[in-house]
Write a protein that binds this ligand. Structure first.
Ligand code: TRP
Length: 330
């Protein structure tokens, strides 16, 4: 069995793009692998979040992922700041990370440009903390988006350097599991190819049905096909792509046929149907999110048991690393 690890930043709510992207993948992975999923709350400190907000955001993502089906019985689900072993290993690994390589990291240069008055040491060593998150469980695979590939490359460098420096074969070289290639990309309703937070075109899992209806109604369309069997413009293709994901094949075929026959005046109906089918997918999840968020005892139990499991594995790694580096009990 392979070990898989993924960190989730506690920012914003989950949308349909996240659901049919990363999350469906996580659900499959937890069936077949030993999985660690954690909320990377220490990582958000680089921007000095308001403490109340930080707590609220952590609770939110946790509730949303659990509502989607991440299962504490199958995977180890925990909050990073509950695992003090990560902080200690981070200290140790920081001694083998060099200013030059950290300054060259794309994410560091980006952030330093965006927040010139807050270029803190945590920002600089963000890749070391991420490497620590990973190496502390020595996983085989780390599912990451394209933007995190460099961090994973650095993790492999740190792992290698450690092994080499101390003459051991201790850390594995974790492999990136690039998500984008294999997954359904959910388009935006504004004609853009991707649903995303920064694009501002999201349907969120917690959106009430009324909001979803409104958002779908506003989706970009035109006057209809200009003939028989004409190619669809991107923004119309997007509606069909969404329908392919949430609707039944016969519903999809019905609208495909209208398009191919060159009929007009059916976009309104199609949007109504699409909204209805999206709501069918999201409603049970939305209800579950609200249920979990109101259940402090459950959240307490999940995070407590998750932390216990994670600390067991993290503690083993830390004990080994201490010994390898020369910290031994007298
Ligand atoms: N840096 C990742 C992101 O911004 C989140 C993250 C933190 C992470 N630690 C990790 C991802 C470890 C994978 C493994 O999305």
């Amino acid at each position: 069995m392979k070990t898989v690890l993924s960190g989730i930043r506690p920012t914003g709510n989950l949308h349909l793009g996240n659901y049919y992207g990363a999350i469906i993948n996580f659900l499959k992975m937890q069936e077949e692998n030993k999985c660690y999923f954690f909320i990377a709350d220490w990582h958000s400190l680089t921007t000095h979040p308001d403490p109340k907000m930080l707590h609220e955001n952590t609770k939110n993502v946790l509730a949303e992922y659990l509502a989607c089906g991440l299962d504490p019985e199958k995977a180890t689900i925990y909050v990073q700041s509950d695992i003090p072993e990560i902080a200690e290993l981070y200290l140790l690994l920081n001694m083998h990370a060099y200013l030059g390589e950290l300054e060259k990291t794309v994410s560091f240069k980006d952030k330093a440009r965006k927040q010139p008055n807050n270029v803190n040491a945590g920002l600089l060593t963000y890749p070391v903390l991420m490497a620590t998150d990973i190496l502390i469980h020595n996983p085989d695979y780390v599912p990451v988006g394209k933007d995190q590939e460099q961090h994973l490359e650095m993790t492999r460098n740190f792992a290698n350097r450690f092994n080499h420096k101390y003459g051991v074969e201790y850390f594995k070289q974790p492999t990136a599991y690039i998500q984008s290639k294999e997954l359904t990309k959910i388009p935006g309703l504004d004609g853009s190819g991707k649903m995303g937070k920064s694009e501002g075109n999201c349907i969120y899992l917690i959106d009430e049905p009324k909001i979803i209806e409104k958002k779908v109604k506003k989706a970009l369309t035109d006057n209809g096909p200009e003939g028989i069997n004409t190619p669809k413009p991107d923004y119309i293709e997007n509606l069909f792509t969404l329908m392919k994901v949430v609707s039944t094949p016969d519903v999809l075929a019905y609208y495909e046929d209208l398009w191919n026959r060159g009929e007009t005046r059916w976009y309104g109906n199609m949007k109504k149907q699409l909204a209805e089918d999206i709501i069918k997918v999201t409603s049970p999840i939305r209800e579950k999110i609200n249920e979990i968020k109101a259940d402090s005892a459950y959240l307490h139990k999940v995070t407590k048991e998750g932390a216990e499991k994670a600390r067991e594995s993290a503690g083993k790694t830390l004990k080994d690393v201490r010994e390898i580096m020369g910290f031994k009990p007298f």
